[in-house]
Ligand binder design. Sequence first.
Ligand SMILES: C[S@@+](CC[C@H](N)C(=O)[O-])C[C@H]1O[C@@H](n2cnc3c(N)ncnc32)[C@H](O)[C@@H]1O
Length: 228
Amino acid sequence: MIDDVIGLRGRKLCGTFKGRERDTTGGMLASGRTPGDFEAMYAGTPPWDIGRPQPTFLDLATAGEIRGRVLDVGCGTGEHALIAAGLGLDATGVDTSPTAIEAAKAKAQARGLSVRFRVQDALQLAALGEQFDTVLDSGLFHVFDDSARAQYVESLKAVTREGGRYFMLCFSDRQPGTVGPRRVTEPEIRASFGQDWRIDSIVRATMDITIDPGGAQAWLSAITREPG
Ligand SMILES: C[S@@+](CC[C@H](N)C(=O)[O-])C[C@H]1O[C@@H](n2cnc3c(N)ncnc32)[C@H](O)[C@@H]1O
């Protein structure tokens, strides 16, 4: 039913992997990628840009977990912010890639949905000057190295209202091989979110990608912003 709400029924995976992610650094390659690298990848169809939402986020929507004012961080071409808009929620999507943001705006227009899509660094979210009830992250957390990861969590704190929830899907250490983004362990996720946060759940999930019909092994985390 949610597929109908957001106009997805019948869509297929699309795109090809351009081979930019060959890893020579023990799986940490994503930490060296710049916003310009992501922008360049949007000249084609990057492997994460599946043309529809991740099923895990559709499940969250169906379960009523996406509510209030919604921020999609590292939104890419916007599918998860568009879920929120399709549910009638106030939705914002931010990404450093101007090409991705333009594609997201075009999708919103084509689907008759209203979303604020902005070029914005996720490490500087306080610049938005807003707070959100639900923050979605599909594939951004695993982009950052240790230092930027800590900065990112601080940035999230600035825009997640107390009691608000952060849902994050990232590559997991169960994903074999080294091609693709940095693998993240469950203890790493727990260690990243300190006393300002409560980890509600970290569960095994799959992240759909264009280059493998089986998807990639992932973690889906649900984390609540604590008062303070
Ligand atoms: C793996 S892609 C996921 C995109 C989208 N969430 C999806 O599921 O299709 C990661 C996204 O994060 C964006 N990104 C990388 N670094 C960023 C940063 N510092 N601030 C905001 N977006 C960033 C990239 O441009 C890219 O669109």
